[in-house]
Design a protein around this ligand. Structure first.
Ligand SMILES: Cc1cc2nc3c(=O)[nH]c(=O)nc-3n(C[C@H](O)[C@H](O)[C@H](O)COP(=O)(O)OP(=O)(O)OC[C@H]3O[C@@H](n4cnc5c(N)ncnc54)[C@H](O)[C@@H]3O)c2cc1C
Length: 483
């Protein structure tokens, strides 16, 4: 019998796990994917929204603003990249100006600081590549960018350092209350817990509906993207939004925290919460909309396309707190955007609720996170030399595009919740994120994973279960003859 099971290891489940690990409890996180951040948390815009977009008085507004304020310090503590680059919401007509004024007022009501509307001249002086057709913009200096999956990994690592167990490839199929505890049916068998917290993203409403009289309805809203290789000079320093629509914050052109350029996302309602295909139609729509912001946009330097699925709850707000009609169960459901920005505040809020309800005691010692080493590609020449002297594997570059070394890949596999797949290495180190998309480094990454995990290379997977890369040696295929 575990004290607490958290369902889902997205950025929210990991934030909750880290906060709950401050208490004297045995905690397990069950995750259906093969790694942390396999849902919306791996495929989004990575923006730490300031909080002008959410309707005042909603949980979205409150937790967005609180979460965004927590980011700079939390990223410093956990070693996650973050940059307060600011944002602009562009108006292309007088109608749009009205929308900006509404956003400005919402932002003020939500407690967002430093917001103001700027006119064309100032806009073009701040961002010279913006379209001549933009007439004015809402300037949002407190908007930031981060790496969403690196945040989830860091939160998971810190929770694990404080005793939380992460169990991957474990899908919760059903849950039911059995008199004095929860029984969870998973694809790996039955398990029990005194308390549960449902952070299952796209599947959170299904699990909620099994145990609550108040039903939820989640629509799966896909967002597709282009990601462009890092240019020498970014076309925009700020995140460039257009006016939001009924379907979301609209299509943006944005720098990423690692210096790439992101174009997207679309907003398409789907039946399947796992349908992360990209489509010609979606990609064409992105390009068309981005031309409005950036007339010279070109996708010749695109390194890849991807998509993520928002969990849009029909009520339009986050559903956070005790599950209605079910004792000793809490949830964070319907966490579409700005869920990444809000995640630190959601974790804190839920942990405080559970602790107050269950009279939990804090541990005598909450251990500090294991410091994330500075990436080799961000070091000065002197720092690189010193790092190589300390560990010669720092001098072996495995990923040429992103300049990631063997020592960094081995360290990522050895983290408390370390990489177990090629994609896991990619998201923790950026090996394979560059223009060749792993064409050069994947075989070496497979070899290193095999050595570190003590498994034959034929058992190493690209990502999810069943994505093997190798089926045997060439000499085996040739019936034992020399190749
Ligand atoms: C296109 C797009 C753009 C976005 N842009 C931004 C942005 O710029 N800024 C921002 O703040 N927010 C943004 N968001 C929202 C943000 O990504 C989400 O709010 C956040 O990632 C939600 O985290 P989560 O942990 O709730 O969900 P998820 O990351 O989806 O995690 C849920 C986890 O639960 C697991 N799971 C599901 N079912 C089960 C089960 N039955 N048993 C066990 N495990 C299960 C999943 O595999 C998954 O890992 C965007 C979202 C999308 C899709």
């Amino acid at each position: 019998m575990t004290d607490l099971i958290i369902i889902g290891a997205g950025v929210v489940g990991c934030a909750v796990a880290r906060e709950m690990s401050r208490y004297n409890l045995e905690i397990r996180v069950l995750e259906r994917g093969h790694d942390v951040a396999e849902g919306a948390s791996k495929a989004n815009s990575g923006i730490v929204h300031a909080g002008y977009d959410a309707v005042p008085g909603t949980l979205k507004a409150k937790l967005n603003v609180e979460g965004a304020k927590m980011y700079p310090e939390m990223c410093r503590e956990l070693g996650v990249p973050y940059r307060k680059n600011g944002a602009l919401v562009l108006a292309f007509s007088e109608d749009d100006r009205g929308t900006l004024q509404k956003l400005l007022q919402q932002g003020i009501d939500n407690g967002v600081e430093e917001l103001r509307i700027i006119e064309k001249e100032e806009l073009r002086s701040l961002e010279p590549n913006v379209s001549e057709d933009a007439v004015c913009a809402l300037l949002v200096p407190t908007s930031g960018i981060t790496s969403p999956y690196e945040m989830a990994f860091a939160l998971a690592d810190h929770a694990a350092v404080n005793g939380v167990a992460f169990e991957m490839n474990t899908k919760v199929e059903h849950m039911a209350w059995d008199g004095d505890h929860w029984v969870l049916e998973t694809n790996r068998g039955r398990t029990e817990a005194r308390m549960v917290i449902n952070c299952a993203g796209f599947d959170s409403a299904r699990l909620h509906d099994e145990i609550s009289s108040r039903k939820l309805h989640i629509t799966h809203r896909r967002g597709q993207y282009y990601i462009l290789d890092h240019p020498d000079v970014l076309p925009f320093d700020r995140t460039m939004f257009q006016c939001p629509t009924r379907m979301g914050k609209g299509i943006l052109v944005a720098p990423t925290v690692h210096g790439n350029v992101l174009l997207g996302p679309t907003a398409e309602d789907l039946d399947d919460g796992l349908d992360t295909e990209t489509t010609q139609e979606g990609l064409d729509a992105i390009l068309k909309a981005c031309r409005l912001t950036w007339p010279k946009v070109s996708v010749r330097t695109a390194v890849t396309n991807f998509s993520g699925i928002r969990a849009h709850e029909a009520g339009g707000d986050f559903v956070i707190g005790p599950v209605e009609g079910a004792g000793k169960a809490w949830e964070a459901a319907g966490l579409e955007s700005p869920g990444l920005s809000a995640a630190p505040a959601v974790g804190k809020m839920l942990a405080e609720m559970v602790a107050a309800s269950e009279h939990l005691e804090k541990k005598a010692e909450f251990r500090a996170p294991i410091p994330r080493p500075r990436p080799f590609n961000e070091m000065t020449r002197e720092e690189q030399k010193a790092a190589i002297e300390k560990d010669p594997k720092m001098g072996v570059v495995i990923c040429r595009c992103e300049v990631v070394t063997e020592a960094e890949i081995r360290a990522a596999i050895r983290r408390p919740v370390g990489a177990t797949s090629v994609d896991g290495v990619k998201r923790r180190t950026r090996a394979g994120m560059g223009r060749c998309q792993g064409g050069f480094c994947s075989p070496r990454v497979v070899e290193i994973l095999s050595e570190e995990l003590g498994k034959p290379m034929t058992e190493i997977q690209k990502g999810s279960e069943g994505s093997w890369l190798l089926c045997g040696t060439i000499s085996e295929a040739m019936g034992g003859q020399e190749a």
